[in-house]
Design a protein around this ligand. Structure first.
Ligand code: 5GP
Length: 172
């Protein structure tokens, strides 16, 4: 039976969203932004963060091939859904659920840089520094967590648990 061990409460997450939104607003100083959510895991974070930002925002999404039902990366990144908005000369903020090995983010940064945004930055709700195999610079980090598989607040295992308002470690 899989067990969930709580890691971050809904209150901790919401408080951190307040702080991140304030940091991001201070950084962009009212410049219009394109928030680029990475589906599906970032949906709760993007929603909470975007409602707190005061800068004018456009919102779009990209999606990569997922882990499927596995709990570790296949090491292959394929784009499944590209963004629709033209990001040339726009300030783009990638909104990530979690950065694990850094592979997905590295690919995304390389791809988006070829499209000449005015600036390209990253906010990630969660980061697992111990798991990093690809150096991927995160500009705004919610929480650094240990190298364990987590679910909730958008993150799934086999499409379950995304709707939880908190984050928990999943153990078989
Ligand atoms: P990376 O390319 O950095 O190894 O992995 C990025 C993607 O892997 C994330 O966007 C997320 O979809 C998935 N992922 C990485 N670690 C976890 C985890 O602990 N739990 C869940 N549910 N997904 C994860």
């Amino acid at each position: 039976m899989p067990t969930l061990t709580p890691l971050l409460t809904a209150e901790q997450i919401q408080r951190r969203c307040d702080e991140l939104a304030a940091e991001i607003d201070a950084h962009y100083r009212g410049e219009p932004l394109v928030l680029l959510g990475v589906l599906k895991g970032s949906y709760q974070f993007l929603s909470d963060l975007s409602r707190r930002l005061t800068a004018p925002c456009m919102i779009d999404f990209v999606q990569f091939s997922s882990y499927g039902n596995a709990k570790s990366s296949s090491g292959v990144v394929q784009i499944r859904k590209d963004h629709d908005l033209n990001i040339e000369d726009k300030h783009v903020l990638i909104v990530e659920d979690i950065v694990d090995t850094g592979l997905t983010l590295t690919h995304l940064l390389e791809l988006l840089n070829t499209r000449h945004p005015a600036s390209l930055r990253v906010v990630a709700m969660l980061s697992k520094p111990e798991a990093r195999t690809h150096e991927a610079l995160i500009d705004f980090t919610g929480f650094e967590i240990p190298n364990q598989f987590v679910v909730g607040y958008g993150l799934d295992h086999a499409e379950q648990f995304r709707n939880l308002p908190f984050i928990a470690v999943l153990k078989d």
